[in-house]
Design a protein around this ligand. Structure first.
Ligand code: TYM
Length: 290
C-alpha cells in the first residue's frame, strides 16, 4: 500500500478551502492507502499563538477531522509534536538546505511582506520542517491545495539531495496529489485571492459557521454591476463565485447561472442566494457532528 501524509496547521477553524484543497482527498485516500493525517502544531508556532490558543485549536482541528469523516480505524491521526523524530530529521535536513533557496520560496516572500521585522528563522525554514513531516514516513503522495505545490517541490529537492550526498535511495520522491487533477485553489469571498483563515473577516466560510453566518457572508461577497455584452470575460470576483459553486452546487445549477451570465440576464443576488443554500447543505451535516 502507498503511504500518504498530510497536515493542517491548528490556527483556527477549518474552512471550505481546507476541505476542498485537502480533507476531501484525505477521505478518498483513507480506504486504500496507508494514511497519516496530522495537526501541524510546530508549524503554527511561527506566528506565536498563546499556549491556550494552540491547545484549543489543536483539539478543534482534531474534532473537525473526525466530523469530516476521517476514520481513526483507517488513518493514523497525530499531533506533529508527538512525533519528535520529525524535529530530529528537520535538524538534519537543515544542514543541507540553502538559505538562498529558502529565501526564494513564494510563501516566505509573501509572509515577510505581510509581517515585516523581525522575521523569525522558523518562517525561513518552514519548508524544511514540512519536508521532514513527509520524508519521515517515506510518503508517496501528499494531498494538499495548490498553495503547497512549491513546498512539495522543495521536499523532493531536499530528499534527492540527501540521497545524492549519502549515495542512497533512502527517500522516495513524494508528489502533491489530487487524483490526477490539477491542485485546487478555493477563492475567498472578497473578490481576490484564496480563501484563508487570516485574510480578513468575511473572506472565509468555516465548517462551523451557522446557516445565518454563511448566508450573511455569501450575500456580502464582492460582485459588480453585471455583464453588458453577451459572452464577456468574467472579472475575478465573479469567476470566484462560479468556482465556489463548482465545489458545492449541482452541475445544472452552475450551467443555469453560466447561461444567465452569458446572455446578460444574471442577477447576482439570486446566484448568491443559491450559493449560500448549497454551502449550507454541504456544511450543516459536518457542523452537526463537530
Ligand atoms: P494550511 O494549514 O495552511 O492548510 C491546510 C491545507 O488546506 C489547503 N488549503 C487550501 N486549498 C485550496 N484552497 C484554499 N483556499 C486553501 N487554503 C488552505 C492547503 O493547501 C493545505 O493542504 N504547510 C501546511 C501544513 C503542513 C503540511 C505538512 C501539509 C505542514 N507539514 C506536510 C502537507 C504535508 C499548511 O500550512 O497548511
Amino acid at each position: 500500500m502507498e503511504t500518504v501524509v498530510s497536515g493542517i496547521r491548528p490556527t483556527g477553524n477549518l474552512h471550505l478551502g481546507n476541505y476542498f484543497g485537502a480533507v476531501k482527498n484525505f477521505l478518498k485516500m483513507q480506504n486504500d492507502a496507508h494514511c497519516f493525517f496530522f495537526i501541524a502544531d510546530y508549524h503554527s508556532l511561527t506566528t506565536h499563538p498563546t499556549p491556550a490558543d494552540l491547545h484549543k485549536s489543536g483539539r478543534q482541528v482534531l474534532a473537525e477531522y473526525l466530523a469530516c469523516g476521517i476514520d481513526p480505524d483507517k488513518s493514523v491521526i497525530y499531533m506533529q509534536s508527538d512525533l519528535p523524530q520529525t524535529a530530529e530529521l528537520y535538524l538534519l535536513l537543515n544542514m543541507n538546505a540553502y538559505v538562498g533557496e529558502l529565501e526564494r520560496v513564494t510563501s516566505f516572500k509573501d509572509k515577510i511582506r505581510k509581517q515585516p521585522n523581525p522575521i523569525n528563522a522558523g518562517l525561513l525554514t518552514y519548508p524544511v520542517l514540512m519536508a521532514a513531516d513527509i520524508l519521515i514516513h517515506h510518503a508517496a503522495k501528499v494531498p494538499v491545495g495548490k498553495d503547497q505545490e512549491q513546498h512539495l517541490e522543495m521536499t523532493r529537492t531536499f530528499g534527492n539531495r540527501f540521497n545524492r550526498l549519502y549515495k542512497t535511495d533512502y527517500f522516495p520522491e513524494p508528489v502533491a496529489y489530487n487524483f490526477g487533477e490539477a491542485l485546487v485553489k478555493i477563492p475567498g469571498l472578497d473578490g481576490s485571492g484564496k480563501m484563508g483563515k487570516s485574510e480578513g473577516e468575511g473572506n472565509a466560510v468555516f465548517l462551523i459557521d451557522t446557516d445565518e453566518v454563511i448566508k450573511k457572508k455569501v450575500m456580502r461577497a464582492v460582485t459588480d454591476s453585471g455583464p453588458t455584452l453577451p459572452n464577456s470575460e468574467k472579472p475575478d470576483s465573479i469567476k470566484n463565485l462560479f468556482t465556489l459553486m463548482g465545489v458545492v452546487s449541482a452541475p445544472e445549477t452552475i450551467s443555469f447561472f453560466e447561461e444567465k451570465y452569458n446572455d446578460c440576464t444574471i442577477r447576482y443576488g439570486d446566484m448568491k442566494k443559491q450559493l449560500a443554500e448549497d454551502m449550507i447543505k454541504f456544511i450543516s451535516p459536518i457542523r452537526e457532528k463537530n
